[in-house]
Design a protein around this ligand. Structure first.
Ligand code: NI
Length: 148
C-alpha cells in the first residue's frame, strides 16, 4: 500500500463552498475522498490520450433491430477483433431496438478505431466508448524507461 501524505490546499471561500455543495450532492463523506477521485480521473484522462496505453473499455450502443445485415456485420466484425473483446451482452430493448455492451481491452488506438467503426455502421443509432486504466507509478526513476 502507498503511504498517505497530508497536504494543505488554499482556495477562495466561494469556490470551496461550491465544492462542498457539489461533493455533498455526489454523496462523498469528506473532501479528501472527493479530491482523490478528481485527481485519479484527471490522471486516467491524461493516460488514455496515449494511443499505445493499455486500457479497458466498454462500448455501449443502440441499434435498429430491423436493419438488414447489421447483426451479421456486427458479429463478423467482433470476430475480427476477438483479441480485444472480453465479452458482449445483448439486450432486446423493444420490438425495434437492440442494445449491446462490448467489454474491451487493448491499446487505446485499437479500441478507439473499433468503436468508431461500429458507431459508423448504418443502423447504429447512438453509442459511446468509455475507457479506464489502472494507474501505476514507477517505483524508481529508472523504471520509466520501459522497453515495449
Ligand atoms: Ni435484440
Amino acid at each position: 500500500m502507498d503511504r498517505v501524505v497530508r497536504f494543505g490546499i488554499s482556495m477562495e471561500e466561494s469556490l470551496l463552498r461550491d465544492f462542498d455543495q457539489l461533493i455533498e450532492e455526489k454523496g462523498y463523506s469528506n473532501r479528501s475522498e472527493a479530491i482523490r477521485d478528481i485527481v485519479r480521473d484527471k490522471l486516467v484522462e491524461e493516460n488514455i490520450q496515449n494511443p499505445s496505453a493499455f486500457v479497458y473499455g466498454a462500448l455501449v450502443f443502440l441499434y435498429d433491430h430491423h436493419k438488414r445485415e447489421l447483426e451479421k456485420l456486427l458479429t463478423d466484425f467482433q470476430h475480427m477483433y476477438f483479441e480485444n473483446i472480453v465479452s458482449t451482452t445483448h439486450v432486446h430493448v423493444d420490438h425495434n431496438h437492440c442494445l449491446e455492451v462490448i467489454l474491451l481491452r487493448g491499446k487505446v488506438s485499437q479500441l478507439k478505431s473499433l468503436a468508431e467503426k461500429i458507431l459508423s455502421f448504418k443502423g447504429v443509432k447512438h453509442g459511446k466508448l468509455t475507457l479506464t486504466t489502472v494507474l501505476t507509478q514507477p517505483k524508481h526513476k529508472h523504471s520509466i524507461h520501459k522497453h515495449e
